[in-house]
Design a protein around this ligand. Structure first.
Ligand code: FAD
Length: 487
């Protein structure tokens, strides 16, 4: 009998739960990907107004599909690509191919859950089975619960329970890969697989992704991972400094499944357990954060629009023309705070932002500008290459102090001291704000303090070449404390 594997955020042909189960159970297995217009139509594109839409994520997916198709073809299969509403295209394709079953991997986002339910119903109407597997996380949904059988809402006890469970489940043994290779002969080609449509056919123009240092596809993910393993020992010490190559840069690959979470977690688990490697242990914690926010979203889909802490759902955020102008300044990297502006330029130019800076910019928007976290969350959602609803929502609510396991509202990041601490020489700032290149280290974190003569000598006149700060941090801090006290 024949089956169809529906690829979504799992664009690889190795260690793939749905692919493995389909190949093992069926003699002929087709593979498909749908460019879902329900998702594509919501993307505004990131080019100049009036120019064709472009989006780095679309380029990433496109390039990764080309590689996946090539890999499947070399093994006797091929990728069938459709463009339309997935909830209609997928059942139609399954009927056209005459398969008995569709296999896919779980997605925990509310919209994806609704889409999959519609697909399952449509397939059932045609007598086609729909089966989904855990693939993109190590532990999902109800697999890690409190002693009382409830989902965790606080990270550290969740992490301890997660690590305990993995140990009890056999550690490395539990994390072993699905041996897809063993059944590869069951991959089937189809005349419906006519290559990957060009970007233009999808209504997009190329973005600047190719010019960035983000390799795509399974090969790109593997190369980044290999390079990271050589420096994982230093992760704990280096991870907070945006000018240093300290983190893995694997988030976009994790988002689109061009790497396998099991392989990543296994490498970290082995190094942290057997070798006592602190860098690997810290990095494994980050992978646990990822599982944590996925299960939060699954159990509490209301966080998409609402504060996790109900008492903060009605906070009186700033609004009106002045707030709009401040929001625009934040988006356009013109707040006058160099660390915030450099970070926003990194995001706007590359689609990536270092984790420390995501915390700093999110704190700045919500605590210094008093703007609702949802506005920032949506801006990040449009621009981040690794945008993931669960992690982004969790990160924003954490920074805004409205989230689960939130930092308390009275702990407010000072953008100048964050800058001094994590970019002491202003190396990162100067990389993205060349207008501050000549500013002495002493003033790089707060250039408005430069004497007029120094401003002239360095070619950076505040208010002319670089903006004056849009708010005074000390004043903004008091306003925020009052806002939260009112609740
Ligand atoms: P590494 O430091 O190498 O970490 C390895 C992996 O662990 C990451 O790739 C990611 O998958 C996971 N991870 C790390 N930190 C977190 C975290 N706090 N929560 C969940 N998973 C984590 N991450 C996203 O993947 N998508 C987002 O849309 C996103 N939005 C964020 C928004 C805010 C306001 C904040 C504070 C954080 C956000 N993060 C998001 C988490 C984190 O900043 C990124 O995962 C990380 O910067 C990606 O770089 P990396 O792959 O080099 O990370």
């Amino acid at each position: 009998s024949a089956a169809l594997v529906w690829f979504r955020r799992d664009l690889r042909d190795f260690d793939h739960a749905a692919l493995y189960h389909a190949l093992r159970a069926h003699r002929r297995v087709f593979c498909a990907f749908v460019f879902d217009t329900e998702i594509l139509d919501a993307l505004p594109g990131q080019g100049a107004p009036g120019s064709p839409r472009s989006d780095r994520r679309i380029d990433f997916i496109h390039a990764s599909l080309l590689e996946l198709d090539t890999a499947l073809r070399s093994a006797g299969g091929a990728l069938i690509v459709r463009h339309g509403r997935a909830s209609q295209e997928l059942p139609a394709l399954a009927r056209e191919l005459g398969v008995a079953a569709v296999f896919t991997n779980h997605d925990y986002e509310p919209a994806a859950i609704a889409r999959d339910a519609a697909v399952a119903t449509a397939l059932a109407d045609s007598g086609i089975a729909f089966t989904s597997f855990k693939d993109q996380v190590i532990f999902e949904r109800d697999e890690v619960l409190t002693q009382a059988g409830k989902p965790f809402g606080v990270f550290t006890p969740y992490k301890n329970a997660w690590l305990r469970k993995l140990g009890e489940a056999g550690g490395e043994f539990y994390l072993q890969s699905y041996p897809v290779e063993r059944y590869r002969a069951h991959l089937a080609a189809s005349p419906l697989a006519s290559g990957i449509p060009p970007l233009e056919a999808l209504g997009f123009a190329a973005s600047n992704l190719a010019a960035l240092r983000l390799p795509t596809g399974m090969s790109g993910g593997a190369a980044l991972f290999e390079a990271f393993l050589a420096r994982i020992d230093q992760y704990k010490a280096a991870r907070d400094f945006p000018a240093v190559k300290g983190v893995s840069y694997l988030s976009t690959h994790l988002r689109f499944g061009t790497v396998s979470i099991r392989q990543l977690a296994r490498a970290a688990w082995q190094r942290s357990g057997v070798l006592g490697n602190e860098g690997a242990a810290t990095w494994l914690s980050e992978l646990v954060w990822r599982d944590f926010y996925q299960q939060i979203l699954f159990h509490h889909p209301q966080v998409v629009e609402h504060a996790w802490k109900p008492e903060y759902d009605d906070l009186q955020w700033e609004s009106g023309l002045a707030a709009d102008a401040l929001f625009d300044a934040w988006c356009a990297a013109r707040t006058g705070y160099p660390i915030v502006d450099a970070a926003m330029r990194q995001l706007n130019q590359t689609g990536f932002m270092h984790n420390r800076l995501r915390m700093v910019t999110a704190s700045f928007l919500t605590k210094d500008l008093g703007i609702h976290w949802l506005h920032g969350e949506r801006y990040f959602a449009l621009h981040l290459n690794d945008y993931d609803l669960s992690a982004n929502n969790g990160g924003w609510q954490w920074a805004a102090s409205t989230g689960c396991d939130a930092q308390p509202y009275f702990r407010i990041f000072n953008p100048v001291s964050q800058s001094e601490k994590f970019d002491a020489q202003g190396t990162f700032i100067r990389r993205y704000l060349p207008e501050l290149a000549q500013v002495p280290d002493k003033y790089i974190h707060a250039p408005w303090l430069m004497p007029a003569l120094t401003q002239q000598a360095t070619g950076c006149v505040i208010g002319d070449h670089y903006p004056a700060p849009v708010v005074d941090h000390a004043t903004a801090r008091e306003i925020t404390l009052a806002r939260f006290k009112r609740g």
